[in-house]
Design a binder for this molecule. Structure first.
Ligand SMILES: Cc1cc2nc3c(=O)[nH]c(=O)nc-3n(C[C@H](O)[C@H](O)[C@H](O)COP(=O)(O)O)c2cc1C
Ligand code: SF4
Length: 447
């Protein structure tokens, strides 16, 4: 089955397959790009199969400036959350020629409910590794670090096996186990970890200028890197046929929560509304009530009310999605009847525990925000407590050495707005538990 909404053109050399449900949503299907190729049941695509399907890349023979120009023409925006133009990062790193740069594939996917990077590594590791070679050649690096969590065992093991197949290549690859903490996926934390210190974010020069051991360091998300492999092979004009002008290229999203198959990863060839996506993947059967709300972009994303969410177009790029960021691509559906306030309280408590604890807003502000939300969700807050909660989110926003406090502030403020009716009930004493029905609740670590 290949749903027409998900179908599109395919690259020269792609042999689109007739994928089977439920795998269709997860991998392959006519028109898929990153996820084109053998069905998921076939396991990961070995190097020989990958090259037979897509053809050779011969990165060593490509002109670095020409590769950078192709990426600039593609308009690729980073898929790790910040939507930063990839070409600009490549130029910065390439221009720092005094020290040999390092390329890092950020495959740490610290968002517990996100699966897009893991699915890529588990099924198309050579596409990611090809893209890493393109990035390395484009910036003059010979060393590539694949930064991933060993705890995501299948993805980690598959990359290790795929790297074995490239042992004699011109690039030196290292697979590094990322520390198990949300902020360990932030780029300056990665640079710090690779320099021999803790995986803690730091302020100062961007890592593209001074990163791992002071060397210019290109940190890109695994999906971003996989796109580089396609751009270098098939050209920016073909690549831009997917997506839209603001954010060209296909994009991966992970469906979670009250959906038919939580954890399904979909490749969007053009912006789709949440409603279209849910129907296309069988997640919104006609008898099913509309979702109460949808959390878009990850745990530090934005809650959107159910009815408007279903018509919201999922797209990247400035001004897309009505200003809501697609972030790590998570689309998590909260069932009708579930409490968004209590659910957000759980997310906030988890996020507070995941900080590096080195800046005031995280040490003091985030636990206080989690306390405030828990008190509200259990019917113990007054209107004055609620005002204090709003003040706290405003106080942590934009502070600290990384974007973590702002991310939590954004999540909580969107919850207080989207669940305004529930907030009123809680102020009258109603007490709720976090959502069940499949919503991906994180497990809070005890200190
Ligand atoms: C707290 C925090 C956690 C992050 N975790 C991840 C992560 O798990 N994976 C990722 O690719 N980017 C993560 N990022 C974003 C990275 O700092 C960086 O912007 C990204 O890897 C760059 O890749 P891109 O330009 O391809 O998007 C995180 C950022 C913050 C502030
Ligand atoms: S803002 Fe928070 S997560 Fe970021 S570096 Fe400071 S303590 Fe760590």
């Amino acid at each position: 089955m290949s749903h027409p909404l998900l179908a599109g053109d395919h690259a020269p050399g792609h042999r689109p397959i007739a994928a089977r449900a439920p795998a269709a949503a997860q991998l392959g299907g006519a028109g898929a790009r990153l996820l084109a190729g053998p069905a998921p049941e076939a396991g990961w695509e070995r190097l020989a199969g990958h090259l037979a399907r897509l053809g050779p890349l011969d990165v060593g023979r490509r002109d670095p400036a020409q590769l950078r120009s192709m990426v600039a023409q593609s308009g690729l925006l980073g898929r790790g959350g910040g939507q930063f133009p990839t070409a600009a990062k490549l130029e910065t790193v390439a221009s720092r020629s005094r020290l040999r740069p390092v390329v890092v594939v950020n495959a740490s996917e610290g968002e517990p409910a996100s699966r897009k990077d893991s699915v890529l590594l588990e099924h198309r590791p050579h596409l990611v590794l090809d893209g890493a070679e393109v990035a390395a050649r484009a910036v003059g690096a010979t060393e590539v670090v694949v930064y991933a969590h060993r705890a995501r065992r299948r993805a980690f093991g598959t990359v290790a096996a795929a790297l074995e197949e490239r042992r004699n290549g011109p690039f030196r690859f290292r697979l590094v186990d990322a520390p198990p903490r949300y902020v360990a996926g932030e780029s300056s934390a990665i640079a710090s970890f690779l320099s021999g210190s803790g995986a803690l974010p730091r302020s100062g020069a961007p890592v593209a200028v001074s990163g791992a051991a002071g060397r210019p360091t290109l940190v890109n998300n695994a999906e971003t890197v996989a796109h580089l492999a396609l751009i270098a092979r098939f050209g920016p004009a073909w690549w831009r046929q997917a997506g839209d002008d603001r954010a060209p290229g296909s994009t991966l999203v992970t469906l979670a929560g009250d959906v038919a198959s939580p954890g399904t990863v979909i490749e969007l060839l053009r912006p789709l509304s949440v409603g279209e996506l849910l129907s296309a993947t069988g997640a919104a059967a006609p008898a099913r009530p509309a979702p109460r709300a949808v959390l878009i972009g990850g745990y530090e994303g934005t809650w959107v009310d159910g009815p408007p969410a279903t018509t919201l177009l999922l797209a990247r790029g400035a001004g897309a999605l009505g200003g809501v960021q697609l972030g790590c691509g998570l689309v998590a559906v909260l069932a009708e009847g579930a409490c968004g306030v209590a659910t957000t309280a759980r997310l906030a408590r988890w996020l507070a525990g995941e900080s590096a604890g080195q800046c005031g807003p995280c040490r003091i502000g985030l636990p206080a925000i989690a306390d405030g939300l828990e008190s509200l969700a259990t019917g113990r807050s007054t209107r004055s407590d609620l005002r204090h909660l709003w003040r706290l989110t405003a106080q942590v926003r934009g502070r600290g050495a990384c974007g973590h406090p702002s991310g939590v502030a954004g999540l909580v403020e969107s919850a207080l707005g989207t669940f305004a009716a529930e907030v009123e009930e809680h102020l009258r004493g109603a007490a709720c538990m976090p959502a069940t029905r499949g919503f991906p609740l994180p497990v809070v670590r005890r200190p």
